[in-house]
Design a protein around this ligand. Structure first.
Ligand SMILES: O=C(O)c1ccccc1NCC(=O)[C@H](O)[C@H](O)COP(=O)(O)O
Length: 242
């Protein structure tokens, strides 16, 4: 039997609220209330992972560190933590939450030596978020261009990066379906596991991503579709369970 696709329901935090953005754009927020309540709801629905993003830290508009800590403290499940992790202090604070792993984005584009160092130090606890428009990477909360996807991927592969979280920004928060072609081409360019992110709208989208497990896709982040009640997390877990 093909290994199942992991699902990572998302809780993106802006100004203390769980929000969804469109194309990751600051100012496009729809608010969904308490991040802790959202995270607890995903956990009690059977999630094995939580994808937790501090959007203020990503955008450079402050941080939600205390709240992120409250959420991670309340979780019995694995947590992937993202947003504004760019130096020793922010990495130490992120790892001190007890999260299972962190996603580095901007740092992989702007301070590659530091990223190579922390990959060597922390191994599997470090994933790199490859957030793209076309094949151009975006950093600083997806607001600035940061180089070519495949050149960066080649460098990170050589540095031993354990895992990639791949987001097509044009799809993110739009409920327009994932970019399966992007996932296929990234999988062809690396032997590391890939987590898909952005655009999931239906159980069929999740089944289509699950078809890519043999190519190297390990998991899928699901945000807007769950908040918009396109399907339940229970149904999603069932849909990808074999
Ligand atoms: O992850 C980040 O650092 C980030 C930075 C700036 C804007 C958005 C950011 N993350 C968004 C996500 O990770 C979404 O939760 C995820 O892609 C889910 O997308 P969707 O299912 O389309 O809502």
């Amino acid at each position: 039997m093909a290994p199942k696709l992991e699902l990572l329901p998302a809780v993106d935090v802006r100004d203390g609220q769980a929000v969804r953005l469109v194309h990751g754009e600051s100012g496009s927020e729809t608010s969904y209330g308490s991040p802790l309540e959202a995270a607890l709801a995903w956990q009690s629905s059977g999630a094995e992972w939580l994808h937790l993003v501090d959007l203020d830290a990503a955008f450079g508009t402050g941080d939600n560190r205390a709240l992120i800590r409250d959420v991670t403290d309340a979780m019995d499940i694995k947590v992937e933590l993202s947003g504004g992790i760019r130096d020793d202090d922010t990495l130490a604070a992120a790892l001190a939450t007890g999260c299972t792993r962190v996603n580095l984005g901007t740092a992989a584009l702007e301070t590659p030596e530091w990223v190579a160092k922390v990959i060597a130090e922390h191994g599997d606890k470090i994933a790199v978020g490859l957030d793209v428009r076309g094949t151009t990477l975006r950093g600083r909360g997806w607001t600035r261009d940061g180089g070519d996807l495949y050149e960066t991927l080649e460098r990170l592969n050589a540095e031993g990066c354990a895992r990639y979280v791949v987001t097509d920004i044009a799809k993110d928060g739009t409920l327009q379906g994932p970019n399966l072609e992007l996932l296929r081409t990234v999988c062809a360019a690396t032997d590391r596991p890939v987590v898909a992110s952005g655009g999931v709208s239906s159980l069929d989208d999740l089944r289509a991503i699950a078809e890519l497990v043999p190519l190297g896709v390990e998991g899928s982040i699901v945000g807007k579709a769950l908040y918009a009640k396109a399907f339940t997390l229970e149904a999603a877990l069932e849909a990808v369970s074999s």
